[in-house]
Design a protein around this ligand. Sequence first.
Ligand code: LLP
Length: 428
Amino acid sequence: MEGTSTFPLPSTTDHVRYTDGVLTLDGLALDGLVADVGTPAYVYSLDVMAAAMERARAAFAPLGGQVSYSVKVNSNQAVLARMVRLGAGFDVVSGGELSRVLAVGGDPARTTFAGVGKTDEELALAVRHDVLVNIESADECEALNRVAAALGRRVRCGIRVNPGVTVDTLAPMQTGSAKAKFGLPATEARALLDACLAGRYPQLSLLGVHMHVGSQVPEPSGMVRAAEVLLDLLEYAQQRGLDEFRRFDLGGGFPIDYGGPAVPTVEEFAAALTPLLGGRRDLDVYLEPGRSIAGPAGVLVAQVLYRKHRPGQRMLVLDTGMHHLIRPALYRTDVHRILPVLAGPSAGPTVVVGPVCESTDTFAESAELPDLAPGDLVAFMDAGAYGMVMASHYNTNRKPPEIVVENGAARVARPREQWSSLFASERP
Ligand code: LLP
């Protein structure tokens, strides 16, 4: 870290640092980066995202792992275009996300489609583009078979398995427990395989298994236990003569350091899975990380509008809120560290809130911030994943613009919206 600061940054955010007292991203001062578009604004380093993708690839290369980017975390076209240039595959969860990937020249043959509630329209789009569909229920199998038959096509499929494993992450992010809505329990997955072998779904080519045990997974053992369940199923299919049943998709979930307890690295996850998956010629390993690729690469820059004081407490009102970054309201306050763009000594714990008419529009109960005044800038760390994609127009607010930094140069990848465009398509 360079320059003066009372706010040390952990290693996941080396690219975000103070230089001569100003917070920078990839060496560019954040106040200068947002000067033209104003605040609030998301700023992402595409180079940091690319480096994270390369790191995941290198970590899983000994297992032959192929890495797809989970589009849901940050689907700006500039981000997707960089992933295309890297030769990444994509994991999508809606027709909209698939359309984004197609629009930017992503390879549909290396795109997978997940989700418990795909509509016929979405399935048809996937079938027409030869996207692999990860099936989550027997009913979905029926629907997909019907849609593919109507189009006169076969469709490549995986089975999303619910491994019945609960990982120790925030409850909303646990997706592999027996109670979760995601995937098919192993017994039902076997029944589905049998039905397929019996010729019930002639349009489907079943190619393997898929899982996603949760997000921000705190340590690898849950992923390993889930992988054991999937491996059983893969072997069951292969014993029944399904030789092409080889895909072994581990999903995403690799954690990032939000400034709390240390989290394991992607290399540690790969090492933990190696005894199970290493040296196996009968399977092809895939993964689909999102947060670990895009999260640390982005910040949300906002401005202090007003100072308010609760009894004994400092409070700042910002020009951004839960409509732009909903994670604190949805999961836990204080999850994103808030740093002043101009460094200064801490004035003590500060409550940081947004402008929305909801009490949950609270970012932090005790952020360590200097004595900031209206017009001063702050930056939310690790906001590159699940930030802008979860933004809404609540209170008919505009979404923030998005700025990307690539090779040391910044450009606007999505301008600020106009108020009038927010209701232009409505019919009074
Ligand atoms: N694959 C599947 C099938 C998923 O459902 C997800 C995330 C991922 C991959 C990517 O997971 P990641 O590597 O990013 O952990 N909105 C929440 C997170 C929800 C995660 C949903 N699924 C948040 O803001 O933390």
